[in-house]
Design a binder for this molecule. Structure first.
Ligand code: PMP
Length: 404
């Protein structure tokens, strides 16, 4: 009998046994549990105690465009971006959201004209993050519609192009691809952190989305951030809780805030305060890295990702059935290390005659997400590299044992 040992909100089980040797490994979703061990070691340092009388108001800072953004989270975000050097925060408004998924929807709401005769086109270059089409069209809004692969978009119409860099699912660094002057860019920088990619310069785009889900591994806190430049005076943007947006344009930031206000009347203060504590702990450890021998979060997470990528490449080399992408080496301005991307997902290709890589791996009790979900080929699957150690070890044992 199948026994479910744990389930996720999507109903998927990270681990299912059939009672015998055949453990099903579920690496379909990108649940970032791999940093759990690090945070356990931190103990009291990152513990937050909240009394029942605290954080009871809707409001956090009524003078701020994002009036439900906790000042402590705002300073923690600004400080961490400065410490890491991965995003410009000067001249930006910060919008917090319940995960970057809420911010994404807020950004679409803010950037789509509300009086247009046709919905705004939303595109991203394939392979793109599989949730973009779902989130864009879920409510069948008259404001925007999913218009597919940005490489194929040639309409002389306004569009929003999502640029995910490093990209989910394949891990590559990206630029916008649509040639035209009617576009608005939204940069999803969920993985622009030094454990996944060399940081080359502070990102300086009009609307940038970040999330604690993938930076610190606290997906359950649901905090996202958006920041935007000040140029889109007719627009607004939103941030998630546990994700944030850096937005240059005040009006866009306002519209995003309005979306969140209508959607959830703000973002959990308890979550924001927890996120702030965690982000400050990371910045503190980086600031004191030379004085203390304690390992910083980014040292720990970089070494873990580097080790996992070494192991999966070795496992794939032992068989001729699969291949993985290769990445150019670059020097990280934050760590000084020279390395190629260490993506949160392995974009694995089935070589030879296997056309449906997802089904092939499923028959071998490895659950992954097939390429078609990302607007790509069924020869590819996306495998999460962010699982707990025991699931990852099982993957590394099983891959080379698969026979065509
Ligand atoms: N953007 C990208 C590119 C992602 O991979 C993810 C998570 N898989 C998200 C956004 C959503 O993050 P959150 O948990 O903050 O909603």
């Amino acid at each position: 009998a199948t026994q479910i040992l744990a389930t996720t909100s999507s109903g998927a089980a990270p681990f299912v046994t059939d009672g015998g040797e055949g453990v099903v490994i579920n690496l379909d979703h990108g649940d970032p549990t791999m940093y759990e061990h690090f945070w356990k070691q931190k103990g009291q340092e990152t513990t937050v105690v909240t009394s029942s009388w605290q954080h009871i108001s809707y409001f956090s800072d009524i003078k701020n465009v994002c009036w439900f953004l906790e000042p402590g989270l705002m300073s923690a975000i600004t400080r961490l971006h400065k410490v890491v050097g991965n995003a410009v925060t000067e001249g930006r408004h910060i919008v917090v959201g319940t995960g970057s998924s809420q911010l994404y929807q807020a950004a679409l709401f803010a950037l789509s004209p509300h009086n247009a005769s046709r919905p705004m086109n939303v595109v991203s270059a394939a392979p793109f993050y599989s949730s973009y089409p779902l989130m864009t069209d879920y409510l069948r809004s008259g404001l925007h519609k999913w218009a597919g692969d940005a490489n194929e978009f040639s309409k002389q119409e306004p569009y929003i192009e999502l640029v995910t860099s490093p990209n989910n699912p394949d891990g590559f660094t990206r630029q916008n691809v649509v040639k035209g002057n009617k576009g608005i860019l939204v940069h999803d920088l969920a993985y622009y952190w030094p454990q996944y990619t060399p940081i080359l310069l502070p990102a300086d785009y009009d609307i940038m989305l970040f999330t604690v889900s993938k930076s610190t591994g606290h997906a359950g806190t649901r905090i996202g951030i958006d920041s935007s430049k000040r140029k889109y005076l007719h627009l607004g943007f939103i941030l998630k809780c546990h994700s944030w947006a850096l937005v240059k344009d005040r009006e866009i930031a306002k519209k995003m805030t309005t979306f969140i206000e209508i959607n959830t009347i703000g973002v959990s203060k308890d979550s924001q305060i927890r996120a702030a504590k965690i982000l400050q702990a990371i910045s503190d450890s980086c600031d004191h890295a030379n004085q203390k021998d304690a390992e910083t979060f980014f040292d720990y997470s970089y070494k873990l990702m580097a080790q996992r990528w070494k192991e999966i490449r070795e496992a794939v080399k032992k068989t001729k059935l699969f291949s993985l992408p290769n990445f150019p080496q670059e020097t990280c301005t934050f760590s000084g290390r020279t390395f190629g991307q260490l993506p949160a997902f392995a974009w694995l290709r089935c070589e030879g005659e296997v056309d449906d890589c997802e089904s092939f791996l499923r028959r071998n009790k490895i659950l992954t997400r097939g390429g078609k979900h990302f607007g790509g080929s069924t020869k590819y699957v996306r495998i999460s590299m962010l699982s707990r150690e025991n699931e990852f070890k099982l993957l590394i044992q099983r891959l080379p044992a698969i026979i065509s």
